[in-house]
Design a binder for this molecule. Sequence first.
Ligand code: FES
Length: 118
Amino acid sequence: MPILTLEGAGEYQVPQGKRLVLALVEEAGVDQLHACGGNARCTTCRVEFVAGEPSRMTVAERDVLAARGLSDVRLSCQITCDHDMTVRIISRLAGSGRNDAGHEPAKEITPPPVWIEK
Ligand code: FES
């Protein structure tokens, strides 16, 4: 099983292929924001990669990051845990002023992913 490491927080075993946003919430217990429910619209599921950044990304992730002018973050709702990775948590419910973290993301990446090399 892949190891998900949160910088300064710990290591967690994650089922192969699990959505990163769900691994952050369910395995690591992070109050990670995912306001749009994992649909590559809000960018609140953003994380910074310390190591193991995936070389592929979905077209939906590429497009929303470009539209928002974001270049140093990745969207955890558009990434699967298929190898070891280390991330920095930068978008939590705590301190956000929001009432909740967002709708629960589906088990599979949504919208249906079209993969490209980053
Ligand atoms: S972009 Fe909204 S949860 Fe990922």
